[in-house]
Design a protein around this ligand. Structure first.
Ligand SMILES: NC(=O)C1=CN([C@@H]2O[C@H](COP(=O)(O)OP(=O)(O)OC[C@H]3O[C@@H](n4cnc5c(N)ncnc54)[C@H](OP(=O)(O)O)[C@@H]3O)[C@@H](O)[C@H]2O)[C@@H](O)CC1
Ligand SMILES: Nc1ncnc2c1ncn2[C@@H]1O[C@H](COP(=O)(O)OP(=O)(O)O)[C@@H](O)[C@H]1O
Ligand SMILES: [K+]
Length: 538
C-alpha cells in the first residue's frame, strides 16, 4: 500500500487543486465527512454511519442520544477538516463543542470559512463550563501536514488536556505531535484510537513509536491515483498481504530439485554452529532445491550430525576462523557450485584480519545475503565497507539489526532508530544493495529507491537466532526464483507471519524460540497462496 511523506502530500494537494481542478473546500468536505462517519461508528457502533442520510431527515427522533463530541481545532486546514466534521455531527443531532486553540482572527482563510459555516448551522463553541472529560469522542484537528515539531505554545496545554481527559480520540490525518515521515513523537503527542488519514496514509503511522499513537487507521480517499502519487515522488509502501500474494511464486508441477536452486551457507564458528543450522534449515523451508553447508575441515562430526539431515555438508580446506590463501581458494571453488550465498550468521569476526578474504567474497558472481558478524566485519574494514560494496557487482541483500546497521553507517544506534526509513534508504542507494533493517516494523529499502515497512511479526521474534532463520529464508527464496525485492519482502513477511501464527496457537510471545518458526512457515506460505487465488479469482 502506497504511503506519502509530508512534502509529497503537500505537492499532491496542490496538484489536486491546481491541475485536477478540485477545490480545496471540496477536499476538506470529503475528509470532514469521512471523519464524521468514523466518529458515528465510534459512538454508535460499527456501521452507524450508513444511516447518516436517514438520520438527518428524522433528526428529532435521534436527538435524544445526545452523545457529546469535542472537536479541538487548530488554525490551519487540519482544523478546517475538524470543523466540517463538527458541522455534520451537529446537524445529525450530536452534542458538539468546538475548542479553538488560537484566536479566531488567526485562523487561516479556509478554516475561518468553515467556522462560519459551522456557526451558520448554530454549532456551538466550548464554554467555561464545558469539559473534555464529558466527551464521548475527542476529535484532534489541531495540527496536520503543516506541522513542524516540536509542538509550540499555545498548543501544549490543549494536548495535555486531551491526555488528562482519558477519552477516545480520533486524529485527523495523524495525531498532533507525530512526525508523519519518521514516526517520531513529541512528549505530549496525542494518543489516538482511530486516525483518519487524508488522501493517502503516511509512513510515520506504521513505524515505532508512531504506530502506537495512531490506533486503527482509515484512509479518507481524495481520489489521488497511485500513478499520480508515484509520478510526484511517492516511494514508501506498507507491506500488505495482497502485496505479498502478488509476488508469490507457485511451484510448477513438473519441477525437480534443480528447479529451485542451490544455496551455499557460510556461517557458524566454535560455539555458534547453531546459527548455521538455523540458516540452513531456513533456506530449505523457503523452498531451496539443495542447501550446502560450507564447513571448516576441523568441524567435529558431532556438530555436523546436528545439522538438518537434508543439509549437504561440504568441507573447505581450512580450519575454523583461519582465512589463508588456501582456505579462500577452496571456498571460492565451493561457492562456484551454488546459485546463492548466505554469509554471516554466527560466523565470528576473524575475517576482520583478512581483507583478502573479504574482497574475494565481495567479488562472488552470485546473489548474496549478508548478515550478522559478516556485516560487522565489513563495517570494521578500513573504509567502512565502501571498497567492499564497490567490488560487489551482483545482487546483494544485507540484513543488519539496528546495532549492526549503526556500525555500517557510523552513527549511534539511537540515531538510526529515530529515522530508520531514511537511513535504510540512503544506504541502499549508496551501496546499491537491498537493505533489510530488522526490528519491530522491519524496513526494506531498495536502490530504486523504494522503502517498504513490514506489517507482520511480534516480540516473540526478539530471541536469539530468529535473524539467522531469516537470512536462510531469504537465500532460499532467491535460489528458488524470487527476484531480489520480492525475496526480501516475501521472506520478511513470512518470517513475521510465522511468529504470529505460532503465538496464536501453540506458543506465546514469551515462549517462542527461533527453531519453533520452522513449523509455521508452511501455514504462512499457504495463506499467501490462498490470498493469491482469491485475488486472481476476484
Ligand atoms: N491543502 C488542502 O487543501 C487540504 C488539506 N487538508 C488538511 O489540511 C492539513 C494541512 O493543513 P495546513 O497546511 O494548513 O497545516 P496544519 O497542520 O493544519 O496547520 C499549520 C499551522 O499550524 C501552525 N503550526 C505548525 N507547527 C506548529 C507547532 N509545532 N506548534 C504550533 N503551531 C504550529 C503553523 O503556524 P505558523 O508556524 O504558520 O505560525 C500553521 O499555521 C492536512 O493535514 C489535512 O488535514 C485536507 O483537508 C485535504 C485538502
Ligand atoms: N519486537 C519485535 N517485533 C517484530 N519483530 C522483531 C521484534 N524483535 C525482533 N524482531 C525480528 O527478529 C529478528 C531478530 O534478528 P537478529 O537481531 O539478527 O537476531 P539473531 O542475531 O539472534 O538471529 C529480526 O528479523 C527482527 O526483525
Ligand atoms: K491532527
Amino acid at each position: 500500500m502506497l504511503l506519502v511523506t509530508s512534502a509529497e502530500m503537500q505537492k499532491l494537494d496542490t496538484v489536486m487543486i491546481e491541475e485536477i481542478g478540485v477545490a480545496s473546500a471540496a477536499l476538506m468536505e470529503s475528509v470532514g465527512l469521512r471523519v464524521a462517519e468514523v466518529t458515528m461508528d465510534m459512538v454508535d457502533g460499527t456501521g452507524a454511519h450508513q444511516s447518516m442520510g436517514e438520520r438527518v431527515s428524522s433528526r428529532s427522533r435521534e436527538m435524544d442520544s445526545r452523545k457529546m463530541i469535542a472537536v479541538v481545532v487548530g488554525k490551519g486546514h487540519n482544523g478546517a477538516d475538524g470543523l466540517v466534521a463538527a458541522r455534520y455531527l451537529h446537524v445529525l443531532g450530536y452534542s458538539v463543542r468546538v475548542w479553538l486553540t488560537s484566536d479566531e482572527r488567526d485562523l487561516s482563510h479556509l478554516t475561518h470559512i468553515q467556522l462560519c459555516a459551522y456557526r451558520n448551522v448554530h454549532g456551538r463553541l466550548a464554554e467555561e463550563t464545558d469539559d473534555l472529560t464529558q466527551a464521548d469522542v475527542i476529535i484532534d484537528a489541531i495540527l496536520g501536514n503543516g506541522s513542524q515539531l516540536p509542538v509550540r505554545e499555545p498548543l501544549r496545554p490543549f494536548l495535555q488536556a486531551i491526555h488528562k481527559a482519558h477519552r477516545p480520540v480520533l486524529s485527523i490525518d495523524f495525531p498532533t505531535g507525530l512526525d508523519p515521515d519518521s514516526g517520531q513523537v513529541d512528549v505530549d503527542c496525542v494518543k489516538a484510537v482511530r486516525t483518519v488519514a487524508c488522501g493517502l496514509s503516511k509512513p510515520g503511522l506504521y513505524v515505532e513509536p508512531g504506530r502506537a499513537y495512531a490506533g486503527q487507521i482509515t484512509i479518507a480517499s481524495l481520489a489521488i491515483s497511485y500513478h499520480m502519487a508515484v509520478r510526484h515522488g511517492a516511494h514508501h509502501f506498507l507491506v500488505t498481504e495482497q502485496d505479498i500474494a502478488k509476488r508469490y511464486r507457485r511451484r510448477p508441477q513438473d519441477s525437480h530439485k534443480g528447479s529451485f536452486g542451490r544455496v551455499g551457507v557460510l556461517a557458524g564458528s566454535p560455539g555458534m554452529y547453531g546459527a548455521a543450522r538455523l540458516a540452513v534449515e531456513g533456506a530449505y523451508r523457503a523452498g531451496a532445491g539443495l542447501v550446502y553447508y560450507f564447513a571448516p575441515e576441523d568441524l567435529s562430526d558431532t556438530w555436523v550430525s546436528g545439522f538438518p539431515v537434508e543439509a549437504v555438508v561440504k568441507r573447505y580446506a581450512g580450519r575454523a576462523g583461519v582465512w589463508n590463501v588456501d582456505a579462500i581458494a577452496s571456498l571460492l571453488a565451493l561457492f562456484a557450485q551454488v546459485d546463492v550465498g548466505v554469509i554471516g550468521p554466527g560466523m565470528g569476526r576473524s575475517m576482520q584480519d583478512s581483507p583478502e578474504a573479504l574482497l574475494a567474497l565481495a567479488q562472488l558472481p552470485i546473489p548474496l545475503v549478508l548478515d550478522a558478524d559478516f556485516l560487522q566485519v565489513v563495517a570494521a574494514s578500513e573504509d567502512g565497507g565502501v571498497t567492499f560494496f564497490e567490488h560487489r557487482k551482483h545482487l546483494t541483500i544485507i540484513t543488519p539489526h539496528p546495532k549492526e546497521f549503526a556500525q555500517l553507517i557510523k552513527r549511534p544506534t539511537s540515531v538510526v532508530q529515530e529515522n530508520r526509513l531514511l537511513y535504510a534508504k540512503e544506504y541502499a542507494v549508496k551501496t546499491q544493495t537491498i537493505v533489510v533493517l530488522k526490528g519491530a516494523g522491519t524496513v526494506i529499502a531498495t536502490p530504486e529507491p523504494a522503502v517498504w515497512i513490514n506489517s507482520t511479526g511480534n516480540s516473540g521474534l526478539a530471541t536469539g537466532g530468529t535473524g539467522d532463520v531469516l537470512a536462510g529464508l531469504l537465500g532460499g527464496l532467491l535460489a528458488s526464483g524470487y527476484g531480489a525485492e520480492s525475496a526480501a519482502l516475501v521472506g520478511v513477511y513470512v518470517h513475521g507471519k510465522a511468529a504470529e501464527l505460532a503465538c496464536t496457537t501453540q506458543y506465546s510471545q514469551e515462549s517462542l524460540v527461533a527453531s519453533d518458526l520452522f513449523a509455521w512457515f508452511g501455514t504462512a506460505f499457504r495463506q499467501i497462496s490462498w490470498e493469491m487465488d482469491i485475488s486472481h479469482d476476484g
